[in-house]
Design a protein around this ligand. Sequence first.
Ligand code: XUL
Ligand code: MN
Length: 345
Amino acid sequence: MAKQQTYRFCFGPWNISEGSDPYGPTTRPPQTFDWKLAKLKELGFDAMMFHDDDAVPDIDNKSEQQIRKEAKELKKRLDGEGIAAEMVAPRLWFSPMTIDGAYTSNDKKCRQYAIDRSLRSIDIGKILGTDLLVLWLAREGTYLRESKSAKRSLELMVEAFDKMLAHDKKVRLAIEPKPNEPMDHAYIPTIGHALAVAPLTRDPKRVGALIETAHCVLAGLDPADEIDFAMTFGKLWSLHLNDQNGLKFDQDKPFGSTNLRSAFDQVRVLERNKYGSRGEYVCFDVHPFRTTKVEHWLAHLDNSRRTFLKLVEKARSFNDSKAEDLIAERNYQALDQMVIEHLLG
Ligand code: XUL
Ligand code: MN
């Protein structure tokens, strides 16, 4: 029998969030980074993902030397706890320098800020022992179509990616597409767009992607098909599993919370394509509901992993040969019911 895939799990400090939304303040008190790290360990997760300023707070006001020093201290703490750093991602959406975009800003000084900050993130990743730089291109899009050009924006992004690839010969860029929010429309809204940009760079084999369930749903696409698509190219280097109820704000609900069947389909393609066999992690980019009390603060993470593992069992116990017979007979009606009853059983 073929060796079964085992999975390793990950989340970020921002996934233990405090409940604020655009209409109201936080509902839970802030917790320290140390507390979050200890909880990650207690929950039995394997790795943490980091924005650059999760790793080195207040990064914009620190020298390169100070950034390296703090990154080294963090690496020691992670090693002490036996926790890996999965990736580092430059947070290019908070600073006054990224109001009009980061790599695609119409202001050259702001574009330079974004590139410099990305290079520092790569340095941090190297110190933390990860070659994966995740790029969620939050503000690379338009509020007003006439204010930017898509072609020029793409050229600017390729220019920025090239600088990152040249800065470190090992770094791999994982583009995390999202079609909207905070932008009206993003320039790299889907995995297809991300993979089309890769060959334009100086080293296409080091440009891949990260898929997030909610972002696929927001693009009106099927997350399982998006995963299958990226894995056909060997380009799925990270994964943010969560859930999303239709075309509204990015909800980051627990995995399987809205659409259990879609979650099953996502796990099934991960199994089929042996996701994780090249060291990739399963990350949950999930948030607690705003209503969550402090004592239930970690449930969304634990539950997402429980659901994932139960769906792995469901994927493995699915009667594939019976499904193939039904497919050969073109009896998709029976196949549909077979999936439903398998999930209910
Ligand atoms: C935003 C999002 C981010 C990225 C990391 O929607 O998913 O948290 O995953 O920058
Ligand atoms: Mn994400």
